[in-house]
Design a protein around this ligand. Structure first.
Ligand code: E4P
Length: 224
């Protein structure tokens, strides 16, 4: 099971790297927009430095043609490093780019997946990860849990190497459902982590434990 951070904010990556068992970082142009304008490749190299080469770093192409996507991928690999997972939207141009880049041995994350057919084609094309857009599917009245389960079954049946990297989450329940349906990986924003780990009930339990300890062993005492 892999947990990735869906952000390019360096302070958040630094903070959550120390808290969660982080497997990598994902980004897309919309996530980058939240940062405001920044030196793109320099920033991506900084993220790599922070997380290390053993964690996966997923960077999305911007071009809309196959040739453009392939060129974007080559530029990313040259400017950042050759271990980056290139995120490619799973449409006609993207699938053609995936074929070309996989033949070159490039790591691929097939993204912008809203439908079963997109994911199945990306699995068959040998994508390393596929990124179903969980909440966006839910917004379109598509049963995202069922779609993820179908991908998991197809991967299992074909013994494919592809991993499901579920993305686009709106709440914690969507994340745990995606994992329960067979996603090997999820990418989440810090808002999801904050709400998952900062529930009032959790905080109250911690306060209650401290109070019970201090009532028994004395205020301010520690465990030793
Ligand atoms: C992964 O990086 C996806 O692009 C991202 O999770 C999409 O999230 P959104 O639907 O909140 O834009």
């Amino acid at each position: 099971m892999e947990f990735l951070l869906d952000t390019v904010h360096l302070a958040d990556i630094k903070r959550y790297q120390a808290i969660i068992p982080l497997s990598g970082v994902t980004s897309n142009p919309t996530i980058c927009k939240k940062e405001g304008q920044f030196p793109f490749f320099e920033h991506m190299r900084e993220i790599r430095q922070l997380i290390g080469i053993d964690k996966s770093l997923h960077i999305q192409v911007v071009a809309q043609t196959t040739a453009g996507m392939v060129a974007d991928a080559h530029r990313i690999l040259a400017e950042v490093d050759d271990q980056v997972y290139i995120k490619i939207p799973t449409n006609e141009a993207g699938l053609a780019a995936i074929k070309i880049l996989k033949a070159e041995g490039v790591h691929i994350t097939a993204t912008a997946i809203y439908t079963t057919i997109q994911g199945l084609l990306a699995i068959a094309a040998g994508a390393d990860y596929i990124a179903p857009y969980y909440n966006r599917m839910a917004n379109m009245n598509i049963d995202a849990a069922e779609v993820v389960q179908t991908f998991a079954q197809a991967i299992e049946r074909d013994q494919a190497q592809t991993k499901i990297l579920a993305a686009s989450f709106h709440n914690v329940a969507q994340v745990t459902t995606a994992l329960a349906q067979g996603a090997q990986a999820v990418t989440v924003g810090t808002d999801i982590l904050k709400s998952g780990l900062g529930m009032p009930a959790i905080n109250q339990a911690v306060v209650d434990f401290t109070n019970d300890w201090e009532t028994t062993f004395g205020a301010g005492t520690t465990i030793d």
